[in-house]
Design a protein around this ligand. Structure first.
Ligand code: ME8
Length: 650
């Protein structure tokens, strides 16, 4: 394939390793994959980076609650992302983890260099700290006394810490943003950043005392501290290449696009830009902050259990339908709402009816009229010229829309060509041409042009739907994969070779029939469109049915709580002594955020009495008590009248 000698570097955020991967994460990663694949097709040498963010308080806490080491925890969890990206056909060149040695070494070097240059200093600090977000805020940042980012409670903390002299770069950064029009996109988000910068920019606290949080990269100049998780994480964009010298030499720097969600624009536009300035490295050409997905109008969150589980969606609809839907449905940059109904609608109208039909009718007619051999174009009528110029226009518009990552416009352009080709077939009416000798000559051109248009479409949709595009290409009897044909093969009409043999393959996008669609929507309705997050290996989101015998295997018993105390160093766990009639059990329950130990004593609960004992934080738990949760609030299961201990519940 023709190489243009240019390099292209695109990144996604590195996702928090203990998040359950959902369509929000998939969205950014697919968007990066599409532009990476397009640039490759266009002859660029591409470097596409993604990964996982593995330090910080949340990981530390989650590992503690599970009674495993933080390293064991992250080693296990990062694979959920890796495996999902394989399923989604993501062509990343590197997957970086912030706990890897190669990353830690670079973070240490950079910290040391900045410290030696006087960019980092130690000072006593008083601020408002949001533990879940791991961020300090000043008094003026707070909204109604709460964290301006997540709205949760903040605590006042006074401690000595290390600071990066971020504030000194405020004027320079404002100037940089204003004079580089595409540095932050979309424009509305750029204005938000400028709004943020209209208030005085403070220096950035880049350390956390190990006494409070030890899961991080120790500061090279003070063992009592670890590096603030954001300062550590942003450096992943450098550590993938190695040292600063390697960065300067690799030719990929600076990034062409850092793709991020709007939630983390400030950390990229302000923290990252000023960090780079201090290091003397060029800033990214573009930071694109896309919008936020909700699901049927609700926020996606683990605690709400309404995460749209991507593995299940892939099982149900196929990879390419989801890749297409996410980028077609909502303009990149705006917020969107995910609904299965809209997904099925797009699949049936755009993919099955418009594109699928065009491919089927064209290949079927070539089979029927030319025994499957692609004929040679002979004549060129008015309709043919209209179609070829539409195709040329489509290619040029698609190219231009990539500059602004206007994915939905790109797809809508391509579908205009799909429609134009379908209309071309209707207008030229091949079934009538086939009736006469003269018509048969014309039919050759009509069939050739329809197939050539499909070849063009296949190349244009390839970045979005790589599997389907390659399959279309094979069906058209082309044995050179699209990856090798490149964008230059659609620079002019006529790249399809006559004489190629049409291959019949199974239907690309079978229609989801009304009955099946109704069933899918009804299933979602009954589960409140709320699916519990599943492990990446889960193959189906259907609720498995069990028999009464299966259910009876679970020994549920009433139990009276005799004692309750909080587990030291755990935010969530309470240790209970529970009387279940003929014996007393020690049980650990993750309810400390919802109940005080005193409230629990004397309560009758339901215990899973035949659960294998397990150790949490080194303490044995001999059973599990039942509870429900809504909006993150945990409520214990119980009875509306008194029952003695040890009664079987069924
Ligand atoms: O912020 N809609 O990681 P994270 C759209 N580790 N995109 C969404 C989304 C939603 N509902 N939910 C998540 C972090 N995303 C840091 C990043 S980078 C150096 C460190 C996507 O796991 C979106 O890209 O919270 C968002 O910015 C990112 O996931 C946040 O991922």
């Amino acid at each position: 394939m023709h190489k243009n000698g240019q390099k292209f570097f695109v990144t996604t955020p590195i996702y928090y390793v203990n998040d359950v991967p959902h369509i929000g994460h998939a969205y950014t990663t697919i968007a990066a994959d599409v532009v990476a694949r397009y640039k490759k097709l266009d002859g660029y040498e591409v470097y596409f980076l993604t990964g996982t963010d593995e330090h910080g308080q949340k990981v530390h806490q989650a590992a503690k609650d599970l009674g495993v080491t933080a390293q064991e925890h992250v080693d296990k969890l990062n694979t959920r992302f890796k495996e999902l990206w394989v399923r989604f056909n993501i062509c990343n060149d590197d997957f970086i983890r912030t706990t890897e040695e190669r990353h830690k070494v670079i973070v240490l070097n950079i910290l040391k260099e900045l410290f030696d240059k006087g960019e980092i200093y130690k000072a006593s600090y008083e601020g408002w700290y949001c533990t879940p977000d791991e961020r300090f805020w000043t008094e003026k940042d707070l909204v109604n006394g709460n964290c301006p980012e997540c709205g949760r409670k903040v605590e006042k903390i006074t401690e000595s810490n290390y600071f990066f002299k971020m504030g000194q770069y405020q004027e320079w950064l404002i100037e940089h943003i204003k004079s580089n029009e595409n540095f932050i996109q979309p424009a509305s988000r750029k204005n938000e950043v400028l709004g943020f910068l209209s208030k005085p920019l403070e220096d950035l606290c880049i350390s956390r005392p190990t006494s409070r949080m030890s899961w991080g990269i120790p500061l090279p100049f003070d063992d009592d501290y670890v590096t603030y998780v954001w300062f550590d994480a942003l450096i992943n964009y450098i550590s993938t290449f190695g040292t600063l010298d390697k960065i300067r030499a690799c030719g990929f720097w600076p990034a062409d696009h850092h793709l991020v969600g709007k939630d983390i624009l400030t950390t990229h536009a302000v923290y990252w830009s000023t960090m780079l300035k201090a290091m003397g490295l060029p800033l990214p050409k573009n930071i694109f902050a896309h919008g936020w997905w909700t699901v049927n109008g609700q926020k996606m969150s683990k605690s709400l259990f309404n995460v749209v589980e991507p593995n299940s969606l892939i099982d149900q609809f196929g990879v390419d339908t989801i890749r297409y839907f996410l980028l077609r449905e909502v303009p990149f940059g705006l917020d969107g709402d995910f609904s299965h109904k809209a997904l099925i609608g797009r699949r049936n109208s755009d993919l099955a009816n418009n594109l699928g039909n065009l491919l089927n009718r064209t290949t079927n007619m070539i089979q029927k009229y030319f025994a499957g051999t692609i004929p040679e174009a002979a004549t060129a009528g008015e309709e043919d010229t209209a179609l070829t110029s539409k195709a040329a226009q489509t290619v040029s518009n698609v190219r231009a829309f990539y500059d602004d990552l206007a994915y939905n416009k790109i797809l809508s352009e391509i579908w205009e060509l799909v429609d134009a080709t379908n209309q071309y077939i209707v207008k030229t009416a091949p079934w009538n041409l086939a009736k006469t000798e003269e018509g048969k000559e014309r039919l050759k051109s009509v069939m050739y042009n329809s197939a050539e248009s499909l070849r063009t479409i296949a190349i244009l949709i390839y970045p979005f739907m790589p599997e389907s595009a390659e399959s279309m290409n094979r069906q058209l009897g082309i044995d050179v994969p699209i990856e090798e044909q490149g964008m230059q093969s659609v620079a002019k009409w006529g790249g399809l070779k006559s004489g190629g043999e049409i291959q019949s393959v199974s239907q690309l996008f079978p229609r989801i029939e009304d009955k099946e669609a109704e069933k899918i929507l009804a299933d979602i309705q009954t589960s409140g469109d709320s699916k519990k997050p599943q492990a990446a290996s889960a193959k189906s989101d259907e609720v498995e049915q069990i028999t009464i015998e299966d259910f009876m295997k679970v020994d549920l018993r009433t139990g009276k709580i005799l004692e309750a105390e909080k587990v030291k160093k755990s935010k969530k766990l309470i240790k209970l002594k529970v009387d279940i009639g003929n014996e007393t059990r020690q049980v650990l329950a993750g309810i400390a955020e919802a109940y005080e130990p005193d409230q629990l004593i004397g309560r009758t609960i339901i215990l899973v009495a035949n659960l294998k004992p397990a150790k949490l934080m080194g303490i044995e738990s001999q059973g599990m008590i039942l509870a429900g949760s809504a909006d993150g609030k945990i409520i214990l299961g119980g009875f509306d009248q008194e029952l003695p201990e040890g009664v079987r519940v069924r």
